[in-house]
Structure formats: structure tokens, C-alpha cells
Ligand binder design. Structure first.
Ligand code: ADP
Length: 396
């Protein structure tokens, strides 16, 4: 079995999966794991393989040690990257700017271009690059492929991609809407093409995880998306604010005396559903609502209000909508979110079937009624599988 190692390297963590690119979307990967607390005195590595879970704790000062120890742990349990038929390493790269529209085989030159994009993603790209460098050192004879989160949105029409700010300043500083979660939006929208046996459909894809974004997609081409120059924009998220009045930033700086770094952390880590309710996980949020917690109820309503605003606006942007697709942790599991996001829209041709909506998350499924003009789908996303498929294709 040919396998692809998929790496998602963050500032203090590395997620890894060994994936068979030909597997079904809902199959477990051959192996998966997580390196956590890189840079702290003690880090943790977990590995899942063949129905078993293995954990080690050790000092993990840097990404190189993290990946090296992970490979050793994998080797001890029969899934070492050097012991399997590894055909490629696929790297999730967050920001491809306007340079990258599609996955690329990573060469020194490509890596240099990704490095040039660091100012646009100062938190993400350096960690991604570190992951690539370390993996290329450990696996020098395997092709490494970079898949960009922004790639799918590369050709969005200028009306959607440009912000109405001074054109010179914007161009000089790369200020425009790039969009993120592209691999997921592309993956689930293609799945819906298969399910509806047509790629000439208009659809709204709703990726609702801890991070959340939506996209308006016309015949496979995205024409708008909610995330912007950074993944902070758009929908209300677990801990991110989504769209706010930009004047709030000046106000918090000038009047409340907060530094730019403090505001950055406030909007990215202490806002969203968590900022209002104290929790960001929708299972906990739901439990709090059921217990009568008013803040949780308020947070939920702010979340749903913003989500419905985007759905409404994309219906107008697309003109005619054939499908609405929910995906990611919240979108795939939170039946109440799906029901509330689309409640009362029968006059627009949207009717949710309660029983279908309440089915467990076992795979792609229709949740609208048979007479709903707009089909509503739940499609489990699998970004790792999508990356593995790209990587295998480019490597062969
Ligand atoms: P990430 O953006 O971190 O990739 P995911 O797509 O994995 O996030 O989504 C994680 C979120 O999904 C959790 O924080 C939680 O809010 C939500 N979630 C996961 N399972 C359930 C569930 N069974 N019911 C409701 N919400 C869920």
C-alpha cells in the first residue's frame, strides 16, 4: 500500500497522518499522531495505529526533535515512515499569497517564496516552513509537496478579493482577501458535485470548526469567501471574533491603552463564542444553554446571526443556489446549528428534514426534504486525505 505522510506544523505542535490516498474518506488513516508542547520543558507525542494509542512524554525543544521522536515511535509500532511504502510527504501550508494557486513540489526556490510570504502570515508560515525543513532533512529522498490553504481562492473575482482601501497602500502591503480553509471548501464542494452528478451547480459551503469560514462557489470556482487577508475575518468562531468594525481596534488602542499584541490576542484567542460564553466547544456550549446559562445563549445567537447574514448575502451573490453544504466539527455534528442556521427559509426553497438532520455523522448525507429546491448536505471534510491525494499526484 502506497502511503503519504501529511504534516501540519504549527508553532508549538505538529499533527501528522500516514494516509492511503486511495482510502475512503471515512476510513481511519493508517496512522495518525500529534506532537504537543514543542519548546516547553516536557512535550507529549501521541500515536494512533492499528486500533492502539501510544503516548510518550519527553523534552521536545524544537520541531526537529518532535518529528525525529515521532518517527522513532512510529518505527517501534510498525508504521515508521522508512518502513512503509512512502511515496510523498504532503505539507499543509497556510499562506500562499498571490503566488500560489495550486499545490507545488517543494524545492529550495519554492520554500524561499513561502518565506517571502511570512509578513502576511507571521504566526503560521514560519512554523510551516520549519516543519518542511525538518521533514526534508529526515526524509531527503521522498518528494515533498506543499498544499496551500489559500490556493483554492486564488482566482476570486477582484470585486470580492479587493478591499476598498487606498490601492497603493494595499498593493504595496499585499492587503487583499485571500481566503483560507481552501482545501476543505474544494474537497466538500467536489463531493457535492459527485452527489448531485453535476459540476455546474452553485453552492454555499460552510466550514464550521473551531475556525469557521464560508464560500460561495459557482461551477467549482469560488466567487467569495468570508475569511480575508487573515483567518480572523468573517464568521464568529470558537475563539476568534470574525468581522468587527475596524474602528474597534483604534478604540481599544487609544482609549483602553491596549497594545497591538494584546488586541491581536484578544481578537484571535479570547473572543468569538468563548469571549461571550467562556467556552468554545459547541458540546459544552449546548450543555450550558440547556442549563439556562444566559451568556451561552447570547453567544450562540450572535454566532447564528452572523452565519445567517453570510448565507443570505451569498444567496444574492450567487443569484441561484442549488446546494448548501455543512462541514467540519460543528457543521458535521451540531444538528441544532444546522437547523437554526437555515430555519424559516422555506420561501427561499430551503427545507430541512428533521429526521435526516438528526442522523449520526457517518458520511456524506442529504438533510433537506425531497421537495426542498435547494439541497442541503452534510459532507465530512478530510483535509489530510485531500492533501495526500494532491501529494501522490504531483509525486508520481
Ligand atoms: P478545527 O478548526 O480545530 O480543525 P474541527 O473542525 O475539528 O476544528 O471542529 C472542532 C469543533 O467541533 C469543537 O470545538 C466543537 O465545537 C465541535 N464539535 C465536535 N464534535 C461535536 C459534537 N459531537 N457536537 C457538537 N459540536 C462538536
Amino acid at each position: 500500500m502506497s502511503l503519504v505522510l501529511v504534516l501540519n506544523s504549527g508553532s508549538s505542535s505538529i499533527k501528522f497522518q500516514l494516509v492511503d490516498p486511495d482510502q475512503h474518506a471515512t476510513d481511519e488513516p493508517f496512522a495518525s499522531g500529534l506532537v504537543e508542547q514543542i519548546g516547553e520543558t516536557e512535550g507529549t507525542i501521541t500515536l494512533k495505529h492499528a486500533g492502539e494509542k501510544h503516548t510518550i512524554k519527553a523534552p521536545i525543544p524544537d520541531h526537529a526533535t518532535g518529528l525525529d521522536l515521532s518517527f522513532k515511535l512510529m518505527g517501534e509500532h510498525g508504521c515508521g515512515p522508512l518502513d512503509v511504502d512512502l511515496v510523498a510527504v504532503g505539507h499543509r501550508l497556510v499562506h500562499g499569497g498571490i503566488l500560489f494557486s495550486k499545490p507545488e513540489i517543494i524545492t529550495d526556490e519554492i520554500l524561499e517564496m513561502v518565506r517571502d510570504l511570512i509578513p502576511l502570515a507571521p504566526l503560521h508560515n514560519p512554523a510551516n516552513i520549519q516543519g518542511v525543513e525538518v521533514a526534508r532533512e529526515l526524509l531527503p529522498d521522498i518528494p515533498h509537496i506543499g498544499v496551500f490553504d489559500t490556493g483554492f481562492f486564488h482566482a476570486m473575482p477582484p470585486a470580492a478579493a479587493l478591499y476598498a482601501i487606498n490601492a497603493e497602500v494595499a498593493a504595496e502591503n499585499g492587503v487583499r482577501r485571500y481566503g483560507f480553509h481552501g482545501t476543505s471548501h474544494e474537497y466538500v464542494s467536489h463531493k457535492v458535485h459527485e452527489l448531485m452528478e453535476s459540476d455546474h451547480i452553485n453552492q454555499i459551503t460552510l466550514h464550521l470548526g473551531n475556525g469557521a469560514s464560508c464560500a460561495a462557489i459557482k461551477a467549482g470556482q469560488p466567487i467569495d469567501t468570508s475569511m480575508g487577508m487573515t483567518p480572523l475575518a468573517g464568521l464568529v468562531m470558537g475563539t476568534r471574533s470574525g468581522d468587527i468594525d475596524p474602528g474597534i481596534v483604534f478604540h481599544l488602542h487609544r482609549t483602553a491603552g491596549m497594545s497591538i499584541d494584546e488586541i491581536d490576542s484578544l481578537l484571535n484567542k479570547q473572543s468569538g463564542v468563548k469571549g461571550i460564553s467562556g467556552v468554545n466547544d459547541f458540546r459544552e456550549l449546548r450543555a450550558k444553554i440547556d442549563d439556562g446559562d444566559q451568556d451561552a445563549w447570547l453567544a450562540y445567537n450572535v454566532y447564528i446571526h452572523q452565519l445567517r447574514r453570510y448565507i443570505g448575502s451569498y444567496m444574492i451573490t450567487l443569484g441561484n443556489v442549488d446546494a448548501i453544504t455543512f462541514t467540519a466539527g460543528v457543521g458535521e455534528n451540531a444538528t441544532f446549528v444546522r437547523a437554526d442556521a437555515l430555519a424559516g427559509l422555506e420561501m427561499y426553497g430551503i427545507k430541512i428534514d428533521e429526521e435526516r438532520n438528526n442522523q449520526p455523522n457517518t458520511g456524506p448525507r442529504l438533510i433537506s426534504t425531497d421537495d426542498s429546491r435547494i439541497k442541503v448536505w452534510v459532507v465530512p471534510t478530510n483535509e489530510e486525505l485531500a492533501i495526500a491525494r494532491y501529494a501522490k499526484k504531483l509525486a508520481s
